[in-house]
Design a protein around this ligand. Structure first.
Ligand SMILES: Cc1ncc(COP(=O)(O)O)c(C=O)c1O
Length: 426
């Protein structure tokens, strides 16, 4: 990937960065600040004033360098979007209020009554609920398939398939779909590939090379830099042929923007109204700047802990795509550079054993989130999936003897001894 950050017409400075890390630091904030502020200030206001009627009319003509009302666009949020654009190498990015806002806006944009989505059932709980319960009320069906079975994916697609959807590493199953192979099928059938890439950031995964058209990300996770705020982003790599989509194909193709992003920016996102707050954009722009450093350390700790636990007598199984026992090791090694994410799971002898283990921990925190600076532990079956019926849990493959751990920035020795104490209690 060529990580370049180009001036988008907002000011005099022009930065061309050659690396991922430098690109993030230099992207955005191109207009000279009146006080010379080094960070993009927080524009915590709803409305922007114009000198005359013609100027405000011009600003409403989708000018990305002008802002009229912060539900539609905001300078601090635009700065954050530029940083993501640089990091992901994407054509266009829109930041929203949460990861779920990114997911729901994406499907509201490309799906239509009578259309269908082909998806893995192994999804984050709210995403599954959105596809299984919310979208059918709007006439959109989701066809759940085994994404490791290419024939099943191909057979599920028909002339009304609006999208294929999967998570980059499924949570909590730790599955990795063979995206380049799936992409060949999807490109032949003109179906866009939408991937939730929350688990592995751009320094570890080149989405465009893997055949991904649109990425959706919960920026609440690594990017917020310590669970500071809730946010999300939709990342358009500008490679999809939207003409084949029954709804978007009817739109004219705007310059420098896909039909998908045009519809999203000019209609869906502003109508749904789940915009990112400027304060969040400020925090998460700072978070982006240390993303790579934190990710390398956290993902290394996740691998080391998973490897240690895979040989522990009290652990039935440790699940992490880089471990030799993982059926996804080959595809994971192909897709990801470095370690595949900072999350892993372990199976213990029973649900009671999981609770006992968790209740003994003192360094690791019992909380529902991922990629905080603090290491977090959760029992997914009784929490994230706790309100789902036994039947749905079976479809989703949620086991009651499984624990999920998200590695943070603490020293590995402290985490290891906390885990040893937890396992000794069993
Ligand atoms: C993989 C994945 N996608 C999306 C989300 C939703 O993100 P948010 O909580 O920012 O809406 C989560 C939340 O945990 C997640 O784990």
């Amino acid at each position: 990937m060529n990580y370049t950050s180009e001036n988008n017409g907002e000011g005099e400075c022009e930065c061309t960065a050659s690396s991922f890390q430098t690109g993030i630091i230099t992207a955005g904030h191109t207009r000279a600040d009146v006080y010379g502020a080094i960070n993009m200030p927080i524009y915590r206001n709803a409305a922007f004033e114009f000198a005359d009627s013609q100027a405000i009319a011009a600003a409403f003509q989708h000018r990305r360098d002008l802002h009229t009302y912060s539900r539609i666009s905001n300078p601090t949020v635009a700065n954050f979007e530029e940083k993501i654009k640089s990091a992901s190498g994407a054509e266009n990015v829109i930041a929203l209020a949460s990861g779920m806002a990114a997911i729901s806006n994406t499907f509201f944009c490309l799906a239509y009554a009578g259309g269908n989505i082909v998806s893995s059932p192994h999804l984050f709980g709210n995403t599954f609920s959105f596809l299984k319960s919310t979208l059918p009320d709007f006439g959109v069906e989701t066809r759940f398939v085994d994404v490791n079975n290419l024939e099943e994916i191909n057979a599920a697609i028909d002339g009304n398939t609006c999208a294929f959807f999967a998570e980059i590493i499924t949570n909590p199953h730790m599955e990795v779909a063979n995206l380049p192979e799936i992409s060949k099928i999807l490109r032949a059938r003109n179906v866009p590939m939408i991937i939730d890439s929350t688990i592995v950031p751009w320094c570890g995964f080149d989405a465009k090379e893997a055949g991904v058209d649109i990425e959706v990300v919960s920026t609440t996770k690594y990017i917020s830099a310590g669970a500071t705020s809730i946010g999300g982003a939709i990342i358009d790599h500008g490679v999809c042929n939207w003409k084949a989509n029954k709804k978007l194909g009817l739109l004219p193709k705007p310059k420098g923007m896909s039909r998908f992003m045009f519809k999203l920016r000019s209609e869906i996102a502003r109508n749904v109204g789940a915009c990112m707050a400027p304060d969040t954009a400020y925090l998460q722009s700072l978070g982006m700047e240390s993303l790579q450093l934190r990710y390398e350390r956290m993902s290394r700790t996740a691998y080391d802990l998973a490897l240690y636990l895979s040989g522990h007598p009290k652990v039935l199984k440790a699940n992490y795509p880089k471990l030799d026992n993982s059926p996804y090791k080959a595809v994971s090694d192909r897709l990801f550079t470095g370690n595949p994410g900072a999350m892993f799971t372990i199976n213990l002898s029973s649900k009671d054993a999981c609770y006992k283990f968790m209740d003994t921990l003192t360094v690791i925190r019992r909380a529902t989130n991922l990629f905080d600076n603090k290491t977090l532990v959760i029992h997914p079956e009784s929490t994230i999936y706790g309100t789902f019926t036994a039947e749905i849990k079976k479809i989703m493959g949620i086991e009651d003897n499984l624990i999920r751990i998200s590695a943070g920035l603490e020293d590995w020795e402290d985490l290891k001894s906390d885990i040893d104490n937890g396992l000794a209690a069993l």
